[in-house]
Design a protein around this ligand. Structure first.
Ligand code: ME8
Length: 520
């Protein structure tokens, strides 16, 4: 076991009723960036993603596809694994709720709740939306122009009446409010926290946690006519992957509670209300943070299969390049807010931020070094105040980005990075090393060294966002593999003056705008 601090983060586990689209990609991408950042920053990281495979929605989708649920989930779950490979996600585990380890975890959690008198048998009569796998109160249901009854999310609801076990959620209203007050950063961003608090202050009803009208789920212990409510089953995945039910085991003690559950705003209530209440009731520790990000639309429209505008991440990566897509998704929209996907915005970021700002900086500096310094890391002499100012800005960047990533302000981390890129471009323009080549070659070496050193720091810090491109940039500077972590940023000789460098090659090509007029 390592002495390093640990960081356990999770994505939602995705329903296997559908193929993965950019919404799913987005959440896991954000977690991947945080996981990579934390690893480079010295943490022992456990990064979990996976698929949510039980419940009525999946059972219906399997029936529609004409296959048995298990065969169906095997097939669709594989698409989410393929997405992780495509996107270069560095998850440490991929959980499926149909696995035996998870079956055991859910059974034991149920027993713990039952032993503590937190679950009782009753009859449920109320509204249920299969699309959301959620129960709704009469007061929440609206009737549309065509007389259909809808949940606030727009999902059709149906009346359900069946015997059901209930969790005493109502008893946890005050403990939850106390918990939010004692842990002001448990729910981020702050606006979402306020929404959750108002919801809980409005009063909580006991939660139906079993179903009897279908069987695709984990049976309730000692009452197999019931399967567990799919959300109870799904939420438990975060503990399964941390070794539950072996609560005395090294794995659980190391990894639980989770440091961060990353979710979309659509499922915040499940994570910030039901989940902590269930854990408190079972006398287990509550996770440290739930972050709810916003919702993507496509060229202004809601993304949905029925509208036929689902964006396939494979097509995006093929068209624009992997790191370009990774960068765009996290830079374009302030993390936490809703955002709109557009090809125009994508091309703007690729040609502006990546090709012009960052790519050009590296390309210009490395080619000047190639042409004017014999292709070797330049040898600096005394630094001027302007040199020092840039070196200092680059040195302070880690601290600034760390503070942003620790609050999941991922776009903010990139904005901070681009400030240093802009400062470096300004420095190059001011110092004009192409002129110094004739007037003061020693000074030119110093200026190009300062630039190369700044690019080294930028590339090390860009690794979590754009692992391949940043890695290639570091290769071009001959930064050894063991000098690419944040702890080694300040070590001497990460950039060794006089080292022969490979011929520079462009890292962020421009995207030809004429192609963007015909998005796929
Ligand atoms: O809710 N914009 O699974 P799910 C941004 N199985 N994010 C989006 C998005 C969009 N347009 N569409 C989807 C479930 N997402 C449950 C979770 S967890 C214990 C169980 C992302 O397949 C976002 O993270 O419907 C959202 O919360 C999640 O996919 C919903 O995935």
């Amino acid at each position: 076991m390592t002495g390093r601090p640990r960081f356990y983060l999770t994505t939602p586990i995705y329903y296997v009723n559908d193929v993965p689209h950019i919404g799913h990609m987005y959440t896991t991408l954000a977690c991947d960036v945080i996981a990579r950042f934390k690893r480079l920053d010295g943490y022992d990281v456990h990064f979990l993603t996976g698929t949510d495979e039980h419940g009525q929605k999946v059972q219906k989708a399997a029936a529609a596809a004409g296959v048995a649920p298990q065969e169906f989930t095997d097939r669709v779950s594989a698409n989410f694994r393929a997405l992780a490979a495509l996107m270069n996600f560095s998850n440490d585990d991929f959980i499926r709720t149909t696995e035996e380890r998870h079956h055991r975890a859910c059974t034991v959690l149920w027993e713990r709740l039952a032993e503590r008198g937190e679950i009782y048998l009753e009859k449920y009569g109320g509204w249920y939306a299969v699309r959301d796998e959620a129960f709704y109160a009469e007061s929440e249901v609206v009737t549309d122009g065509e007389g259909r009854r809808l949940a606030p999310t727009g999902a059709p609801v149906e009346w359900v009446e069946e015997p059901s076990y209930f969790f005493r959620l109502s008893a946890w209203q005050q403990p939850l409010l106390d918990f939010y007050a004692a842990h002001p950063d448990f729910i981020l961003p702050p606006a979402r926290r306020n929404e959750v608090i108002s919801f809980v202050e409005g009063g909580l009803q006991d939660l139906s946690v079993s179903r009897t009208t279908f069987d695709w789920g984990i049976p309730v212990p000692d009452d197999p006519a019931h399967v567990m409510y799919v959300w109870l089953d799904a939420l438990t995945n975060y503990m399964t992957a941390a070794g539950f039910p072996d609560t005395d085991g090294e794995t659980f003690r190391r990894w639980w509670p989770a440091d961060l559950h990353m979710v979309g705003k659509d499922i915040l209530r499940f994570h910030a209300v039901y989940w902590p209440a269930l854990l408190m009731a079972a006398e287990l520790e509550v996770p440290r943070r739930v972050f709810a990000h916003g919702w993507w639309t496509n060229e202004g429209q809601k993304i949905s299969k029925s509208l036929g505008n689902v964006i396939d991440p494979h097509a995006l990566v093929e068209r624009y390049g992997l790191d370009q897509v990774r960068y765009f998704m996290l830079r374009e929209v302030p993390f936490g807010q809703d955002g709109d996907f557009s090809h125009r915005a994508m091309v703007g970021r690729i040609n502006g931020d990546l090709a012009n700002d960052f790519g050009n900086l590296a390309q210009r500096v490395l080619s000047m070094i190639g042409r004017n310094c014999g292709g070797r890391v330049p040898i600096p002499s005394a630094f001027s105040p302007d040199d020092r100012a840039l070196l200092e800005a680059a040195r302070l960047l880690l601290e600034r980005m760390r503070a942003q990533v620790d609050r999941q302000v991922l776009h903010g981390a990139l904005i901070d990075m681009w400030e240093v890129i802009a400062a470096a471009n300004g420095y190059v323009a001011r110092q004009a090393p192409w002129t110094l080549r004739k007037t003061d070659p020693a000074r030119m070496q110093t200026v190009l060294f300062v630039c190369a050193e700044t690019i080294r720091r930028l590339a090390v810090l860009a690794q979590p966002f754009m692992p391949d491109s940043a890695g290639r940039m570091l290769d071009q500077l001959c930064v050894p593999a063991d000098r690419r972590t944040f702890a080694t940023l300040d070590t001497d000789h990460a950039l060794l003056p006089g080292t022969a460098l490979p011929a520079p090659a462009g890292i962020f090509p421009r995207y030809m705008v004429r192609d963007a007029a015909t998005p796929s």
